[in-house]
Design a binder for this molecule. Structure first.
Ligand SMILES: C[S@@+](CC[C@H](N)C(=O)[O-])C[C@H]1O[C@@H](n2cnc3c(N)ncnc32)[C@H](O)[C@@H]1O
Length: 218
């Protein structure tokens, strides 16, 4: 392929499924949103997993929340979007209602580092707050996920995410892949995304050579 960036950009979904206006408005205000490829990936993962309890940390004005809410509407689930800015939560609530998704989501104004619930059993957590907080939020995400649940972290190629990237390599707690990717219309387009599954009892344990060492007990 001569110019993979141009080729893949041309294949990005058109019109962002009715979300182009919201994306443009967010961009004009300096609010980075995940774009249609990352949105499509999140929705796909929710559907593959049959996720019914989804948590989003960093909902902003509801662009990414819309992809998640559309997916969990199909699974009979709900997405809880969290943002520390009350004005963002208000806007996200209104934007999701304008897409007819109020039944599939709830918005909570809170700091992700001080959420008012313990081991909540979420199927999927999407992490997209300020990367300065990622390392602090790694154990929080682990606590909030059910065993076998999936953490998706955006922007892991940012310098501030590096401490998180080191933590997530812990093979006793997570099965993780961290990918440096080209994501058309994502802010920024060249970025890292991490998929990490919370390990559960019965998962096989391997040594550093990949040799089977028995089963994990959590
Ligand atoms: C990059 S924007 C999220 C974009 C959104 N996920 C999308 O694609 O539409 C980051 C958001 O995280 C929020 N935020 C930053 N730090 C936070 C924290 N500690 N707790 C909760 N929200 C936080 C900001 O207010 C901002 O709205």
């Amino acid at each position: 392929m001569k110019d993979p960036h141009a080729s893949f950009r041309a294949l990005a979904p058109d019109g962002e499924l009715g979300l182009q206006g919201l994306a443009d408005e967010a961009a004009a205000r300096g609010i980075p949103v995940i774009g249609p490829v990352m949105g499509g990936l999140l929705a796909l993962l929710c559907r593959i997993m049959g996720a019914v309890r989804v948590l989003e940390l960093g909902a902003a004005v509801g662009y990414s929340t819309t992809f998640l809410a559309r997916a969990v509407r199909d699974t009979g689930g709900i997405v809880l979007g969290v943002d520390m800015h009350e004005a963002h939560c208000r806007e996200a609530r209104a934007n999701l209602a304008s897409f007819g998704l109020e039944e599939s989501c709830a918005l909570l104004c809170a700091d992700a580092r001080a959420l008012p619930f313990g081991a909540a059993g979420f199927d999927l957590v999407f992490l997209d707050v300020d990367q300065r907080y990622y390392a602090e939020l790694e154990p929080v995400c682990h606590r909030l996920l059910r065993p076998g649940g999936l953490l998706v972290a955006d922007n892991t190629a940012f310098a501030d995410a590096q401490a998180f990237n080191v933590l997530i390599r812990d093979g006793r707690r997570w099965d993780a892949v961290n990918i440096y990717a080209f994501l058309p219309n994502h802010a920024p387009e060249q970025d890292g995304i991490c998929l990490a599954r919370k390990k559960q009892t019965g998962d096989s344990r391997n040594d550093s050579n990949g040799n089977f060492q028995g089963y994990a007990e959590d």
